[in-house]
Design a binder for this molecule. Sequence first.
Ligand code: PLP
Length: 408
Amino acid sequence: MTVKTDTNPTEEKRKQNIPDERGYYGSFGGAYIPEMLYPNVDELRSNYLQVIESAEFRKEFELLLRDYVGRPTPLYYAGNLSETYGAKIYLKREDLCHTGAHKLNSVVGQALIARHLGKKNIIAETGAGQHGVATATVCALMKIPCTVFMGSKDIARQQPNVLRMKMLGAEVIAVESGSKTLKDATNEAIRHWINHPDDTYYLIGSTIGPHPYPDLVARLQSVISQEIQSQLINQEGKDAPDYVLACAGGGSNAAGAFFHFIGNGKTRLIGTEAAGEGVDSGLTAATIYRGTPGIIHGCKTLLMQTSDGQVMEAHSVSAGLDYPGIGPLHAHLHTTGLAQFLPVTDTEALEAAQMLSRAEGIIPALETAHAVAALSKLQFKPDDVAVICLSGRGDKDLQTYQQYFQKT
Ligand SMILES: *Cc1c(COP(=O)(O)O)cnc(C)c1O
């Protein structure tokens, strides 16, 4: 497909990467929370900008990003992919971050904030276990007790990550309610937070949740596009690519990869969402495509819901994209046309994972493979510079890959 570009940047459009003071990106965002949580969320809201802009925080954060996470991550020119797709294709190697994905960027930042706010405990929810592992990792580093809520169904199917969290000293709490997956783990984490309001920091794993979380996580992840900018100046002599491609579950790696390019009038921002077995199959996680405005986990955004407002189950082969909502920033970018979202099916993602493994010797995470799959849906000009946010590595998905390719 060809993608429209908005070639008329305005100051107004450049500012669409941050919400207004009530936490709204256009009509999405805000903070829809039980009254019991007001003090907690308000404490974070009234402090987060001041903390993350302080010299002390910047110094600690940048040092940890460099020496612990392993930043800057390379911007790798993928010669073989470039030849195949007829454009200059770069991979932003978030898969090389410690723990194998972009998630640590935001977890390190939020743990530092928790410390600045004097919090003694950290709680988190996890679906596939990746966010739980990232949180347990940083809590070990900072000696903060860590409790991770996880649906019992996910515990059964994500054993390696459960073992990692335990090895790192985190307590993993099995959630038996509802569908025993991510949305139930989130509900349970929020319930725990209500009962432990003073000393506990709730560490959210994506650009979702009540304001200020989506903005906080987007700002912490924006190191990705900041690095892309300076690396492109060195490698291509320009500060903005023609395309940025990223997969979107809750939307944090996409938010980070898009952040400094939003509304610049030059860069086409392409998000990919998990279509599962197809957008019309009933087994999908294509939230932008299928979603309608509603409230999920504390914010107003697009989500998959029944006509009477019940949150629907999402389906994707990729556990990290298997979420019925999407962050409010992305709902807004979609509605305004500042970014475009393409659905990618399970099969397309699996094929893209194999393609990238064979073409460049890099095995991507299944989530990431959804972004790679967009390459064959776009029409490039030879001079186009396209950056794919390679959000994570594929070791955790080898069994899924093997099962699929054995059958085909
Ligand atoms: C968790 C995860 C995602 C999805 O989360 P976002 O917040 O949408 O980025 C994507 N890729 C990888 C490798 C992940 O671990």
